[in-house]
Design a protein around this ligand. Sequence first.
Ligand SMILES: C[S@@+](CC[C@H](N)C(=O)[O-])C[C@H]1O[C@@H](n2cnc3c(N)ncnc32)[C@H](O)[C@@H]1O
Length: 214
Amino acid sequence: MTRFDRIGSFIEANEPELPDWLRSIEEKAIADEVPIIRKETAGLLRFIIRTAGPERILEVGTATGFSALLMWHFSGGMVRIDTIEKYDKRIEEARVNLSANAGDSIRLYEGDAADILPTLSEQYDMIFMDAAKGQYLSFLPGVLRLLKCGGILLTDNVLQEGDVMESRYAVCRRDRTIHSRMRDYIYELMHSDELESVILSGADGMILSYKIRK
Ligand SMILES: C[S@@+](CC[C@H](N)C(=O)[O-])C[C@H]1O[C@@H](n2cnc3c(N)ncnc32)[C@H](O)[C@@H]1O
C-alpha cells in the first residue's frame, strides 16, 4: 500500500458512519463495479451540504443513486435533487433506490445530459458534475447557465488517476482525447471570469468552483 493509499484509508476511517440502508447501496455498487464517489468526495459533499446548505441540487451522473442519496441524507432530508442518468440498467436500479429511500425529493431524469441540460430552466444552488469525463467541457455552458450566482459547482475525477498531469504522449492513444478535453476543462474552470475555483487532490481529484456574484 502506498503512502497515498494509506492517507485515503485514514480519511475514510474518520468519516462519519453511514446508515445501513445507504451503506448497502454503496456496497452493492462497489460489488457490481459501478463507479461511485470515493470516501473523500463523499466527505466533501457532506461538508458542503452541512455548511452551505444548498436547497436545490443538480447532479449529472446518477449511476444507482448513491451520491444523490448521500447528499439527501446529510441534508436531513431537506434538499431537493434533480439527477441525470443515461444508462438504462443503472436507471432501473436508481429509480428503485431513490424512490424507496427519498420518496419524491430526488427526481431522476432519464437520458443523455447533452439532451436534458438544455431543457432545464431552474436555477440550482449546487451542481455536482460526475458523468462522462470527456463531456464535461461540452456540458459546461449549460451547467453554468443553470447555476445560481453564489452557487457551487463540484466536479469529480479531474485528475484521472494522475494521467491528466502527464504529457499527452505518455497516455495511451485511446485516452488522448479525454486527456486533452479534461485539461481544457480544468483550464476553463481555473480561468473563467464567472468562477473562483480550486483543484483538490483528494480522491481522484476534484474542482470546487464558486459562481461569482455580479
Ligand atoms: C461516476 S458514475 C456516477 C456515480 C454517482 N454520482 C455516485 O457516486 O453514486 C457516472 C455516471 O454517469 C453516467 N453518464 C455518463 N455520461 C452521461 C451522459 N452524457 N448523460 C447522462 N449520464 C451519463 C454513466 O452512465 C454513469 O452511471
